[in-house]
Design a protein around this ligand. Structure first.
Ligand code: FNR
Length: 386
């Protein structure tokens, strides 16, 4: 369908499914094992209810946020998803260019199809970028990669901590790995590539399963970038991250692709925030709690922020958008969330104005800025009970 018939982020998924090769669809869409975590990421948001406030003058709404000290037009960042060229020949650059146009922050994956430098070169001067890091068994390579990223202006290091071993994504495993040129140009090298176990396994054999809390001081010593641990679930680990001196965590089950039945980020958020509150002032300006998994609507983001998240990552929403329509698709996805539009509907009235998802939901919730999002605006009592 033409892009102007796309009304929400779910719509991109259906188009992506239709246009992607079976191999790419399997790699992008799959979760691990029985895909319980993958499904529950979406379902969990349906168990958080709004308690909107009324009569509060919501004429002017501000949806902008600051993420790890960087300005963002929305409280959303583009989370790292590997192998963008499986979906579109321009791969990750679709995200870089759309993010530049709309003031969003892209997290560059270690396993991007485009090289790290190609992505940074495609960015505008001063466009904020984050880096997602898979830690190599060869720490010197990792050190070089991290320091190169810092030198090139990357402003946040997200170390993936939920993948000491890749999950079993069986849809993907059924598709034997055939090199079609979309593979990652990983700076860190890929010795021992196994070509018969699906794409995920083929590209991930360099990842170091010995990574531990003892390595965190070393990461802090090699970079001044803020460090965020991506893939935290338990309140105890959240406290350990705070005490290890990193700048934040992402509550995430990796889009349901790692440990199956790992509880979703939104379900863990309440317990994690309660635990962190026992260790100092909250919100803590030096420690951010991010969340990802299953986010497709501004309303999902508003629920997460009300429960204490600083910002929210979206993976497949943007991945499917560029798989279906390239850069234009990503721009459209962002516009659905943040740009008011006027439509001429011949059957209705001309020049009907539609609010974007953020503005509409914030007005209906009775708030004009994201700082007003507080737990009182949601009922999460059924979140864990579901
Ligand atoms: C991912 N994700 C991911 N995470 C990471 O730390 N390194 C990676 O290389 C990848 N690669 C990747 C590929 C694909 C195809 C997907 C769908 C996801 C996880 C990603 O950053 C994020 O945690 C989830 O995608 C969030 O869930 P949604 O938004 O996809 O539902």
């Amino acid at each position: 369908p033409p892009l102007d018939e796309i009304l929400n982020l779910h719509d991109f998924e259906a188009v992506a499914r239709a246009v992607l090769s079976p191999k790419a669809w399997a790699y992008y869409s799959s979760g691990s094992d029985d895909e319980i975590a993958n499904r529950s990421n979406r379902e969990a948001y349906q168990r958080v209810w709004f308690l909107p406030r009324i009569l509060r003058d919501v004429t002017a709404v501000n949806r902008s946020a600051v993420i790890l000290g960087q300005k963002s037009s929305l409280p959303i960042y583009i989370s790292a998803t590997a192998l963008g060229k499986l979906g579109h020949p321009d791969g990750e650059l679709n995200l870089t260019r759309a993010a530049a146009k709309h003031g969003l922050i892209q997290m560059i994956p270690t396993l991007a199809s485009c090289s790290f430098d190609e992505i940074v070169d495609a960015a505008q001067p001063n466009q904020p970028l984050f880096l997602q890091l898979y830690v190599n068994r060869d720490r010197e390579l990792t050190k070089k990669y991290v320091q190169h990223a810092e030198k090139r202006g990357v402003s946040g290091l997200f170390i993936t901590v939920d993948a000491p071993q890749l999950g079993r994504r069986e849809k993907d495993m059924r598709m034997k790995f055939v090199d079609d040129g979309a593979g990652a140009k990983v700076q860190e090298g890929q010795s021992g590539v196994q070509k018969n176990q699906g794409i995920s396994r083929a590209i991930s054999s360099f990842i170091d399963p010995s990574l531990s809390w003892d390595d965190i001081p070393w990461f802090r010593s090699i970079t001044k970038m803020p460090i965020v641990l991506k893939g935290v679930a338990s309140p105890q680990d959240a406290i350990m991250a705070l005490e290890a001196g990193v700048q934040g965590i992402v509550l995430s089950n990796h889009g349901g692709r790692q440990l199956d039945s790992a509880r979703s980020g939104i379900e863990n958020l309440v317990d994690v925030v309660a635990a962190l509150k026992t260790r100092g002032p909250w919100p803590n300006p030096n420690f951010s709690v991010f969340i990802d998994g299953g986010v497709r609507r501004a309303s999902d983001v508003l629920k997460a922020l009300a429960l204490g998240a600083s910002a929210v990552g979206i993976g497949r929403g943007f991945l499917y958008a560029f798989s279906a329509y390239g850069q234009d698709g990503v721009e459209k996805a962002i516009e659905i969330l943040r740009v008011n539009a006027t439509y001429n509907d011949p059957l209705c009235f001309p020049d009907v104005k539609y609010q974007d998802e953020f503005e509409m939901n914030m007005r209906l919730l009775g708030i004009t800025s994201l700082e007003e999002l507080k737990p009182e605006l949601v009922d999460a009592s059924r979140l864990s009970a579901g």
